[in-house]
Write a protein that binds this ligand. Structure first.
Ligand SMILES: N[C@@H](CCC(=O)N[C@@H](CS)C(=O)NCC(=O)O)C(=O)O
Length: 216
């Protein structure tokens, strides 16, 4: 198994947590430096035409792409521990929470969007940060409201960690990277702290990956 990764990539962080929870260690981790634009090189474009991390090659391939699709693949091929509830309503809620992060918030902050805001729209650094913080806050506000639901337990959905928690943890890391104050989101913080206390989550953290700085 080959994982295409970069320490700072929040989408790869999600896949790393899933791999660790499943007890899978990739045979090879290939660094694609997003700060140097390596995702746009021909060799990586051949792996993922979207030029985005993560990508995962299991065996002969073809390459898997999009963090949520990769996590569901891992869940189907390595069912223990399950990352989705058994019931249809539960799965819909967990997928909804996960997509709120991975489809509605995080894609607005990725390098290609920030670079477009900078180079094409000529927005200065403080304006770009305002953009990023706004979309992080919007998602955190929605998540905090959802997590007041009685379906929430120790984790986002009941007492078992799921793909919703994986995404929540990545959202919290993004909030830290972009200097967003998360004190207005106590339920989010409680669940993130619960997740980070687990070794498979803790060692997947961006700042624990090769090439990462000591702090942000
Ligand atoms: N929706 C995708 C997001 C993939 C994505 O945009 N990844 C970022 C890093 S977290 C990336 O590689 N961006 C490259 C770029 O924007 O140029 C997923 O969840 O996998």
């Amino acid at each position: 198994m080959k994982l295409f990764s970069f320490w700072r990539s929040l989408a790869t962080y999600r896949v790393r947590i899933a791999l660790n929870l499943k007890g899978i260690t990739p045979d090879e981790v290939i660094d694609v430096n997003l700060m140097k634009g390596e995702q746009r090189k021909a060799e990586f474009r051949a792996v993922n035409p979207m030029m985005a991390l993560p990508a995962l090659i299991d065996g002969e391939g073809p390459a898997l792409f999009e963090s949520l699709a990769i996590i569901e693949y891992l869940d189907e091929t390595h069912p223990q521990p399950p990352l989705l509830p058994k019931d249809a309503r539960g799965r819909a809620r967990v997928r909804g929470l996960a997509q709120l992060v991975a489809c509605d918030s995080h894609p607005l902050l990725v390098p290609r969007v920030r670079e477009y805001l900078e180079h094409q729209l000529k927005l200065d650094e403080p304006t770009r940060m305002t953009w990023c913080r706004h979309w992080i806050n919007e998602a955190l506000t929605a998540l905090e409201t959802h997590l007041k639901d009685k379906a929430t337990g120790r984790y986002c959905h009941g007492d078992a960690i799921s793909v919703a928690d994986i995404c929540l943890v990545s959202q919290a890391a993004g909030a830290k990277f972009f200097g967003v104050d998360t004190t207005p989101f106590p339920t989010v913080n409680r669940i993130v702290d619960t997740c980070l206390a687990l070794d498979p989550v803790a060692r997947a953290h961006p700042l624990k990956q090769p090439g990462a700085p000591a702090s942000m």
